[in-house]
Ligand binder design. Structure first.
Ligand code: TXA
Ligand code: MG
Length: 313
Protein backbone atom coordinates (compact mmCIF):
# COMPACT_ATOMS: atom_id res chain seq x y z
CA UNK A 1 0.00 0.00 0.00
CA UNK A 2 1.22 3.42 -1.01
CA UNK A 3 2.10 5.33 2.23
CA UNK A 4 0.42 8.50 0.93
CA UNK A 5 -2.83 6.63 0.43
CA UNK A 6 -2.58 5.08 3.88
CA UNK A 7 -1.96 8.50 5.42
CA UNK A 8 -4.92 9.98 3.49
CA UNK A 9 -7.23 7.22 4.74
CA UNK A 10 -6.05 7.84 8.34
CA UNK A 11 -6.85 11.53 7.96
CA UNK A 12 -10.34 10.68 6.67
CA UNK A 13 -10.90 8.36 9.64
CA UNK A 14 -9.84 11.16 11.99
CA UNK A 15 -12.48 13.47 10.47
CA UNK A 16 -10.08 15.40 8.20
CA UNK A 17 -10.41 16.61 4.62
CA UNK A 18 -8.49 14.92 1.80
CA UNK A 19 -8.41 16.12 -1.80
CA UNK A 20 -8.01 13.21 -4.21
CA UNK A 21 -7.94 12.66 -7.96
CA UNK A 22 -10.81 11.06 -9.83
CA UNK A 23 -11.11 10.44 -13.56
CA UNK A 24 -13.58 13.37 -13.83
CA UNK A 25 -12.26 16.14 -11.56
CA UNK A 26 -10.54 16.30 -8.16
CA UNK A 27 -12.79 15.62 -5.19
CA UNK A 28 -12.62 17.02 -1.66
CA UNK A 29 -13.34 14.04 0.55
CA UNK A 30 -14.66 13.57 4.07
CA UNK A 31 -16.03 10.59 6.00
CA UNK A 32 -19.66 10.41 4.78
CA UNK A 33 -20.77 9.02 8.15
CA UNK A 34 -19.31 11.84 10.25
CA UNK A 35 -21.50 14.93 10.68
CA UNK A 36 -18.50 16.96 11.89
CA UNK A 37 -16.29 15.96 8.97
CA UNK A 38 -19.02 16.80 6.45
CA UNK A 39 -19.65 20.14 8.21
CA UNK A 40 -15.94 20.97 7.79
CA UNK A 41 -16.22 19.98 4.14
CA UNK A 42 -19.10 22.39 3.52
CA UNK A 43 -17.23 25.16 5.34
CA UNK A 44 -14.06 24.58 3.24
CA UNK A 45 -16.10 24.77 0.04
CA UNK A 46 -18.24 27.70 1.16
CA UNK A 47 -21.24 25.62 0.16
CA UNK A 48 -24.78 26.04 1.55
CA UNK A 49 -25.56 23.24 4.03
CA UNK A 50 -28.77 22.13 2.30
CA UNK A 51 -27.01 21.02 -0.89
CA UNK A 52 -26.59 17.27 -1.26
CA UNK A 53 -23.16 15.76 -1.84
CA UNK A 54 -22.11 12.65 -3.78
CA UNK A 55 -20.92 9.68 -1.70
CA UNK A 56 -18.05 7.68 -3.24
CA UNK A 57 -17.26 4.00 -2.79
CA UNK A 58 -14.73 1.49 -4.10
CA UNK A 59 -17.45 -0.93 -5.25
CA UNK A 60 -21.07 -0.99 -6.40
CA UNK A 61 -21.89 -3.19 -3.41
CA UNK A 62 -20.65 -0.48 -1.05
CA UNK A 63 -22.53 2.23 -2.95
CA UNK A 64 -25.79 0.29 -2.97
CA UNK A 65 -25.60 -0.15 0.83
CA UNK A 66 -26.54 3.55 1.00
CA UNK A 67 -29.71 2.93 -1.08
CA UNK A 68 -32.89 1.26 0.15
CA UNK A 69 -34.26 0.40 -3.30
CA UNK A 70 -32.05 -0.69 -6.15
CA UNK A 71 -34.01 -0.73 -9.41
CA UNK A 72 -32.96 -3.18 -12.12
CA UNK A 73 -31.90 -0.16 -14.21
CA UNK A 74 -29.44 0.86 -11.49
CA UNK A 75 -27.86 -2.59 -11.46
CA UNK A 76 -27.51 -2.50 -15.23
CA UNK A 77 -25.92 0.94 -15.16
CA UNK A 78 -23.52 -0.16 -12.41
CA UNK A 79 -22.49 -3.23 -14.35
CA UNK A 80 -21.83 -1.21 -17.49
CA UNK A 81 -20.39 2.05 -16.17
CA UNK A 82 -18.97 1.50 -12.65
CA UNK A 83 -16.21 2.08 -11.82
CA UNK A 84 -16.50 5.19 -13.98
CA UNK A 85 -17.80 8.73 -14.47
CA UNK A 86 -21.44 8.09 -13.53
CA UNK A 87 -23.37 9.18 -10.43
CA UNK A 88 -26.72 7.59 -9.62
CA UNK A 89 -29.33 9.22 -7.41
CA UNK A 90 -31.29 6.53 -5.55
CA UNK A 91 -33.71 6.40 -2.62
CA UNK A 92 -31.50 6.56 0.44
CA UNK A 93 -31.01 3.90 3.10
CA UNK A 94 -30.66 4.83 6.81
CA UNK A 95 -26.88 4.94 6.28
CA UNK A 96 -27.22 8.08 4.14
CA UNK A 97 -27.78 10.80 6.71
CA UNK A 98 -29.41 14.20 6.21
CA UNK A 99 -26.00 15.89 6.24
CA UNK A 100 -25.03 14.19 2.95
CA UNK A 101 -28.46 14.21 1.29
CA UNK A 102 -29.29 17.82 2.10
CA UNK A 103 -32.33 16.44 3.92
CA UNK A 104 -33.73 14.82 0.75
CA UNK A 105 -34.98 11.25 0.59
CA UNK A 106 -32.41 10.40 -2.10
CA UNK A 107 -28.63 10.08 -2.19
CA UNK A 108 -26.02 10.56 -4.94
CA UNK A 109 -23.69 7.55 -5.31
CA UNK A 110 -20.57 7.08 -7.38
CA UNK A 111 -17.79 4.51 -7.86
CA UNK A 112 -14.85 6.33 -9.48
CA UNK A 113 -12.33 4.46 -11.63
CA UNK A 114 -9.16 6.50 -11.03
CA UNK A 115 -6.60 4.10 -9.49
CA UNK A 116 -5.68 6.53 -6.69
CA UNK A 117 -9.36 7.11 -5.84
CA UNK A 118 -9.91 3.36 -5.89
CA UNK A 119 -6.92 2.76 -3.60
CA UNK A 120 -8.08 5.43 -1.16
CA UNK A 121 -11.66 4.17 -1.06
CA UNK A 122 -10.55 0.57 -0.59
CA UNK A 123 -8.18 1.54 2.21
CA UNK A 124 -10.79 3.76 3.90
CA UNK A 125 -13.41 1.04 3.46
CA UNK A 126 -16.48 3.26 3.71
CA UNK A 127 -18.36 6.06 1.98
CA UNK A 128 -16.47 9.25 1.19
CA UNK A 129 -18.55 12.38 0.66
CA UNK A 130 -16.79 14.34 -2.05
CA UNK A 131 -17.88 17.39 -3.96
CA UNK A 132 -15.54 18.77 -6.58
CA UNK A 133 -12.51 20.34 -4.87
CA UNK A 134 -13.24 23.97 -5.68
CA UNK A 135 -14.88 26.89 -3.90
CA UNK A 136 -18.66 26.86 -4.34
CA UNK A 137 -19.76 28.05 -7.77
CA UNK A 138 -16.22 28.13 -9.18
CA UNK A 139 -14.44 26.03 -11.78
CA UNK A 140 -13.74 22.44 -10.78
CA UNK A 141 -10.12 21.43 -10.21
CA UNK A 142 -8.51 19.01 -12.64
CA UNK A 143 -5.01 19.00 -11.11
CA UNK A 144 -3.66 18.87 -7.55
CA UNK A 145 -2.22 22.38 -7.88
CA UNK A 146 -5.65 23.81 -8.80
CA UNK A 147 -6.88 22.49 -5.45
CA UNK A 148 -3.96 23.88 -3.44
CA UNK A 149 -4.34 27.27 -5.16
CA UNK A 150 -7.86 27.74 -3.94
CA UNK A 151 -8.55 25.96 -0.67
CA UNK A 152 -7.23 24.75 2.66
CA UNK A 153 -7.26 20.98 2.98
CA UNK A 154 -5.52 18.61 5.34
CA UNK A 155 -3.95 16.47 2.63
CA UNK A 156 -3.79 16.32 -1.17
CA UNK A 157 -3.22 13.15 -3.15
CA UNK A 158 -1.72 13.98 -6.54
CA UNK A 159 -2.82 11.68 -9.34
CA UNK A 160 -1.94 13.87 -12.30
CA UNK A 161 -4.44 15.71 -14.53
CA UNK A 162 -7.99 14.29 -14.60
CA UNK A 163 -8.70 12.32 -17.74
CA UNK A 164 -12.37 13.21 -18.34
CA UNK A 165 -12.00 16.81 -17.16
CA UNK A 166 -15.67 17.55 -16.42
CA UNK A 167 -17.86 16.23 -13.61
CA UNK A 168 -19.66 12.88 -13.74
CA UNK A 169 -22.96 12.33 -15.52
CA UNK A 170 -25.75 12.34 -12.90
CA UNK A 171 -28.79 10.19 -13.50
CA UNK A 172 -31.73 10.18 -11.09
CA UNK A 173 -33.39 6.78 -10.63
CA UNK A 174 -35.26 7.66 -7.43
CA UNK A 175 -38.55 8.61 -9.10
CA UNK A 176 -40.98 7.21 -11.66
CA UNK A 177 -38.96 8.56 -14.63
CA UNK A 178 -35.25 8.30 -15.22
CA UNK A 179 -33.88 11.83 -15.32
CA UNK A 180 -30.53 13.15 -16.53
CA UNK A 181 -29.59 15.77 -13.91
CA UNK A 182 -26.14 16.59 -15.29
CA UNK A 183 -24.69 15.60 -18.67
CA UNK A 184 -21.15 14.22 -18.74
CA UNK A 185 -18.79 11.87 -20.57
CA UNK A 186 -21.44 9.13 -20.41
CA UNK A 187 -24.27 10.52 -22.54
CA UNK A 188 -28.03 10.35 -22.10
CA UNK A 189 -28.15 8.42 -25.40
CA UNK A 190 -25.76 5.75 -24.10
CA UNK A 191 -27.91 5.34 -20.99
CA UNK A 192 -31.12 5.14 -23.06
CA UNK A 193 -29.55 2.58 -25.34
CA UNK A 194 -28.44 0.38 -22.47
CA UNK A 195 -31.73 0.60 -20.56
CA UNK A 196 -34.10 0.69 -23.54
CA UNK A 197 -36.13 3.50 -21.97
CA UNK A 198 -36.42 7.24 -22.48
CA UNK A 199 -34.23 9.40 -20.23
CA UNK A 200 -35.82 12.75 -19.45
CA UNK A 201 -33.75 15.94 -19.29
CA UNK A 202 -33.88 17.64 -15.89
CA UNK A 203 -36.33 20.47 -15.32
CA UNK A 204 -37.45 22.65 -12.42
CA UNK A 205 -39.24 19.75 -10.68
CA UNK A 206 -36.03 17.72 -10.41
CA UNK A 207 -34.40 17.54 -7.00
CA UNK A 208 -32.15 20.35 -5.97
CA UNK A 209 -28.60 20.00 -7.23
CA UNK A 210 -26.08 22.81 -7.14
CA UNK A 211 -24.80 22.13 -10.65
CA UNK A 212 -28.34 23.08 -11.61
CA UNK A 213 -27.87 26.64 -10.44
CA UNK A 214 -27.70 28.81 -13.48
CA UNK A 215 -24.29 30.31 -12.81
CA UNK A 216 -21.92 27.57 -11.73
CA UNK A 217 -18.53 26.29 -12.83
CA UNK A 218 -17.70 29.95 -13.42
CA UNK A 219 -14.46 31.90 -13.85
CA UNK A 220 -14.22 35.29 -12.07
CA UNK A 221 -13.81 37.08 -15.39
CA UNK A 222 -17.16 37.38 -17.20
CA UNK A 223 -17.36 34.83 -20.00
CA UNK A 224 -19.40 35.32 -23.18
CA UNK A 225 -20.36 32.63 -25.69
CA UNK A 226 -19.89 33.79 -29.27
CA UNK A 227 -21.04 31.96 -32.42
CA UNK A 228 -18.05 31.13 -34.69
CA UNK A 229 -19.08 33.55 -37.46
CA UNK A 230 -19.31 36.45 -34.97
CA UNK A 231 -15.98 35.92 -33.24
CA UNK A 232 -14.02 38.20 -35.54
CA UNK A 233 -16.49 41.09 -35.22
CA UNK A 234 -16.70 40.63 -31.45
CA UNK A 235 -12.91 40.87 -31.12
CA UNK A 236 -12.89 43.98 -33.32
CA UNK A 237 -15.66 45.55 -31.24
CA UNK A 238 -14.13 44.83 -27.83
CA UNK A 239 -10.48 45.41 -28.73
CA UNK A 240 -7.79 44.86 -26.10
CA UNK A 241 -9.03 43.35 -22.88
CA UNK A 242 -10.39 40.12 -24.25
CA UNK A 243 -9.08 36.63 -23.77
CA UNK A 244 -10.28 34.00 -26.24
CA UNK A 245 -11.04 30.29 -26.06
CA UNK A 246 -11.59 29.10 -29.62
CA UNK A 247 -11.19 26.35 -32.18
CA UNK A 248 -9.46 28.57 -34.70
CA UNK A 249 -5.85 29.78 -34.84
CA UNK A 250 -4.83 32.72 -32.62
CA UNK A 251 -5.59 36.20 -33.90
CA UNK A 252 -2.72 38.65 -33.53
CA UNK A 253 -5.01 41.32 -32.02
CA UNK A 254 -5.50 39.11 -28.95
CA UNK A 255 -2.78 38.47 -26.34
CA UNK A 256 -4.45 35.61 -24.51
CA UNK A 257 -5.78 32.94 -26.81
CA UNK A 258 -6.17 29.24 -26.14
CA UNK A 259 -6.87 27.01 -29.09
CA UNK A 260 -9.15 24.11 -28.20
CA UNK A 261 -9.45 20.66 -29.81
CA UNK A 262 -12.36 19.87 -32.14
CA UNK A 263 -12.96 16.56 -30.40
CA UNK A 264 -15.53 16.98 -27.57
CA UNK A 265 -13.78 14.59 -25.14
CA UNK A 266 -10.38 16.21 -25.65
CA UNK A 267 -12.06 19.63 -25.29
CA UNK A 268 -13.72 18.61 -22.01
CA UNK A 269 -10.42 17.34 -20.64
CA UNK A 270 -8.77 20.74 -21.16
CA UNK A 271 -11.75 22.99 -20.46
CA UNK A 272 -11.34 23.95 -16.78
CA UNK A 273 -7.56 24.32 -16.91
CA UNK A 274 -7.95 26.58 -19.96
CA UNK A 275 -10.62 28.75 -18.32
CA UNK A 276 -8.48 29.00 -15.16
CA UNK A 277 -5.52 30.13 -17.23
CA UNK A 278 -7.54 32.77 -19.10
CA UNK A 279 -9.09 33.87 -15.81
CA UNK A 280 -5.64 34.88 -14.50
CA UNK A 281 -4.84 36.99 -17.57
CA UNK A 282 -6.47 40.09 -16.06
CA UNK A 283 -8.80 40.59 -19.02
CA UNK A 284 -12.24 42.20 -18.95
CA UNK A 285 -13.98 39.40 -20.80
CA UNK A 286 -13.35 35.84 -21.89
CA UNK A 287 -14.85 35.22 -25.35
CA UNK A 288 -15.67 31.56 -25.88
CA UNK A 289 -16.35 30.33 -29.40
CA UNK A 290 -19.55 28.25 -29.19
CA UNK A 291 -19.10 24.56 -29.85
CA UNK A 292 -21.32 22.73 -32.35
CA UNK A 293 -25.01 22.13 -31.47
CA UNK A 294 -24.68 18.35 -31.87
CA UNK A 295 -25.40 15.89 -29.02
CA UNK A 296 -21.78 14.81 -28.50
CA UNK A 297 -21.09 18.39 -27.32
CA UNK A 298 -23.99 18.42 -24.79
CA UNK A 299 -21.83 18.14 -21.67
CA UNK A 300 -19.33 20.77 -22.82
CA UNK A 301 -22.16 23.14 -23.90
CA UNK A 302 -23.80 22.66 -20.48
CA UNK A 303 -20.63 23.71 -18.61
CA UNK A 304 -19.89 26.59 -20.97
CA UNK A 305 -23.38 28.01 -20.78
CA UNK A 306 -23.23 27.91 -16.98
CA UNK A 307 -19.79 29.53 -16.98
CA UNK A 308 -21.22 32.27 -19.19
CA UNK A 309 -24.56 32.77 -17.42
CA UNK A 310 -24.79 36.22 -15.87
CA UNK A 311 -24.53 36.25 -12.08
CA UNK A 312 -27.83 35.52 -10.35
CA UNK A 313 -29.50 38.71 -9.03
O1 TXA B 1 -17.43 13.97 -11.07
C1 TXA B 1 -18.00 14.21 -10.01
O2 TXA B 1 -19.18 13.89 -9.78
C2 TXA B 1 -17.20 14.92 -8.92
C3 TXA B 1 -16.10 13.97 -8.42
C4 TXA B 1 -15.31 14.54 -7.29
O3 TXA B 1 -16.68 12.73 -8.10
N1 TXA B 1 -18.02 15.38 -7.87
C5 TXA B 1 -18.87 16.43 -8.03
O4 TXA B 1 -19.54 16.77 -6.86
O5 TXA B 1 -19.05 17.00 -9.08
P1 TXA B 1 -20.30 18.15 -6.68
O6 TXA B 1 -20.75 18.14 -5.26
O7 TXA B 1 -19.45 19.29 -7.09
O8 TXA B 1 -21.54 18.00 -7.59
C6 TXA B 1 -22.46 17.00 -7.30
C7 TXA B 1 -23.81 17.33 -7.79
C8 TXA B 1 -24.36 18.55 -7.13
O9 TXA B 1 -24.97 19.35 -8.12
C9 TXA B 1 -25.32 17.94 -6.12
O10 TXA B 1 -26.31 18.86 -5.76
C10 TXA B 1 -25.83 16.73 -6.90
O11 TXA B 1 -24.66 16.23 -7.43
N2 TXA B 1 -26.43 15.73 -6.02
C11 TXA B 1 -25.85 15.02 -5.06
N3 TXA B 1 -26.75 14.27 -4.41
C12 TXA B 1 -27.95 14.49 -5.01
C13 TXA B 1 -29.27 14.05 -4.80
N4 TXA B 1 -29.57 13.20 -3.82
N5 TXA B 1 -30.24 14.50 -5.63
C14 TXA B 1 -29.94 15.38 -6.60
N6 TXA B 1 -28.72 15.87 -6.83
C15 TXA B 1 -27.74 15.44 -6.05
MG1 MG C 1 -18.96 20.96 -8.09
Amino acid sequence: MNPEVRRAAEILRAGGLVAFPTETVYGLGADACSAEAVARLYAAKGRPADHPVIVHFATAEGAFSFAREIPAAARKLAEQFWPGPLTMVLKRSPKAKDFVTGGQDSVGLRVPSHPVAQALLREFDGGVAAPSANRFGRLSATTASHVVDEMDVDFVLDGGPSEVGIESTIVDLSGPDIVLLRPGRISGEEIEKLLGVKVRASDASSPRHSGGLERHYAPKTPAVLVPPHELDAEIAKRGAGVAVLAFSKPDERVDYWIRMPRDPQAYAQRLYAALRELDTAGCETILVESPPETTEWNAVRDRLSRAAASAAP
